[in-house]
Design a protein around this ligand. Structure first.
Ligand SMILES: Nc1nc2c(ncn2[C@@H]2O[C@H](COP(=O)(O)OP(=O)(O)OP(=O)(O)O)[C@@H](O)[C@H]2O)c(=O)[nH]1
Ligand SMILES: [Mg+2]
Length: 487
């Protein structure tokens, strides 16, 4: 079982230097422990920002550097002050901080929480953490603050997962979708379906348990209609699931083509950075180069690959092998052709090999005189995008086609459901409701109430697992291990 009895501490801001760095302490002892670190005349008042000084037993510049042999008496004094944490005689002021105390249960974790906002110096922040540990706190595990928030009922599992998604969001659309879930939009939808299911189950159970008291399962039609009504909601959620998953996880777009057609140039232009090396030598790119970009709100991992040809040496051969592999797993392939060179067998081979897959065909170097016409790419229904990595012409069109090729209905609004775990469980509930509907309609079967009930219970179990009301510790550990320390 997860321990929530002790007080935990961690740096809550990202690693590295910054204007401000926050140390978060959570647990029964939070205020007492913080009180031992700061110079404050009285205990921290709830919800007041207190400007105070942090004092430490651990010197930022250890004395041993100055005086190689500290005398035993001093060591003893320092040790005792670490242990008791109250002896402030041998401490140095190390930073000025703003300390805020949030008493339970009105805090992020639902426990007593103290946040110390210091200057964003890794040395200072680490010192505060070690002193808090010396005063009785324990270093927090990854995601442990949010885990405690979940265990203390401050948020459900969907919201806890949304915290991680929000932190990891790369595009504004991802961030907004995660924030909606943090605010409880999915929680409410799932909760409403769950409540209606509970109601239906209670009525059916009454009819099974007390058949002689008038609770007859007489109106099969009404029960079936109620089930259909619920199912329409799970089905609607699943309707946006693919788009939601793509918003959350993003896609891979792999740029492929013959050597020297301008793949790396297009990659750089789309990434808005000179990531891949560009030269006029065919066979420049030897390995996969990738960059995450925001394409109309979608997180897209663009992958540049080695030009496809019979390789000149072993390194290039390996690069070509990787190109093929990347293409095979791509969500979309961007096939690049050179507009200024006649099409040859190698171009046609790539066009043929990617047929039937989501793809966009680009005729690059459109700034130069064309050496072929679109009609020459025969048998291909795809519209070809004329573009120039050099001038930027056609790139907007290419971006739009790329998003269109992902085959998602193009709307800026935020999908309600995005996480595969939630999607899988909603699908499970949806299937159970479909079975329940079928069983409710099947006439004549004597045990149909029990069948309907069993299926409805299955649907409910799946929904409760989404919110985290029925989850194993393993699953929790897995979910929270995605977090960083301090979250
Ligand atoms: N005129 C013109 N030249 C371009 C354009 N895009 C790329 N080039 C030139 O084409 C040459 C090859 O470009 P790269 O981006 O290295 O081509 P690549 O397909 O990545 O080549 P490999 O990595 O060798 O497979 C370079 O000299 C580029 O400057 C373009 O849109 N217009
Ligand atoms: Mg290249």
């Amino acid at each position: 079982m997860f321990s929530t009895q002790d007080t935990i501490v961690a740096i809550a801001t990202p690693p590295g230097r910054g204007g401000i760095g926050v140390v978060r302490i959570s647990g029964v002892q939070a205020r007492t422990i913080a009180g031992q670190l700061i110079e404050a005349a009285k205990p921290l008042e709830p919800r007041y920002a207190t400007l105070t000084t942090i004092r430490s037993n651990v010197r930022l510049e250890p004395r041993s550097e100055v005086r190689l042999k500290p005398d035993t008496a001093e060591l003893e004094l320092r040790r005792s002050s670490v242990v008791s944490g109250v002896n402030r005689t041998d401490t140095d002021a190390i930073d000025q901080v703003v300390a805020t105390y949030f008493p339970a249960p009105h805090s992020y974790t639902g426990e007593n929480v103290v946040e110390l906002s210091a200057h964003g110096s890794p040395v200072v922040l680490r010192t505060i953490v070690s002193d808090a540990i010396a005063a009785g706190a324990r270093l927090a595990e990854p995601g442990e603050f949010t885990l405690r928030a979940f265990l203390n009922g401050r948020m459900d599992l969907m919201q806890a997962e949304a915290v991680a998604d929000l932190i990891e969001a790369v595009t504004p659309l991802q961030a907004r979708a995660a924030f909606d879930q943090l605010q409880g939009t999915l929680t409410r939808t799932i909760g409403e379906i769950d409540a209606a299911l509970f109601d239906l189950i209670a009525r059916l159970e009454a009819s099974v348990d007390f058949p002689d008291e008038g609770y007859h399962f007489v109106d099969r039609g009404a029960v079936a209609a109620a089930i259909d009504g619920l199912r329409s909601r799970t089905t609607a959620l699943l309707g946006v699931a693919r788009r939601g998953r793509l918003v959350r996880e993003g896609f891979q777009a792999v740029i492929a083509g013959k050597p020297n057609v301008g793949k790396s140039s297009l990659f750089n232009a789309l990434a808005g950075a000179s990531r891949a090396i560009v030269t006029d030598v065919a066979g420049t790119t030897r390995d996969l180069v990738s960059e995450v970009v925001d394409l109309d709100g979608f997180r897209v991992t663009l992958v540049d690959t080695a030009g496809l040809r019979d390789a000149g040496d072993a390194i290039e051969a390996e690069g070509v092998r990787r190109s093929h592999h990347a293409q095979a797993i791509a969500d979309v392939v961007v096939v690049v052709l050179d507009r200024a060179q006649p099409l040859d067998e190698a171009d046609r081979a790539i066009i043929a090999a990617t047929g039937g897959r989501p793809r966009v065909i680009v005729a690059n170097k459109a700034d130069r005189d064309p050496a072929w016409t679109h009609a020459e790419v025969d048998g291909v229904g795809d519209a070809i995008v004329d573009a120039s990595a050099m001038t930027g012409e056609g790139l907007e069109d290419l971006r739009r086609r790329l998003v269109a090729a992902f085959d998602v209905e193009w709307r800026q609004d935020r999908p309600e459901i995005t996480n595969v775990r939630h999607i899988a469980l909603v699908r499970q509930a949806d299937e159970a409701l479909a079975r329940a509907g079928g069983a409710a309609r099947a006439d004549g079967a004597s045990l149909s109430e029990e069948f309907v009930l069993a299926d409805l219970q299955d649907a409910r179990a799946a929904l409760e697992e989404i919110a985290g009301r029925r989850v194993s510790e393993d699953l929790l550990a897995h979910i929270f291990s995605r977090f960083c320390i301090g979250k």
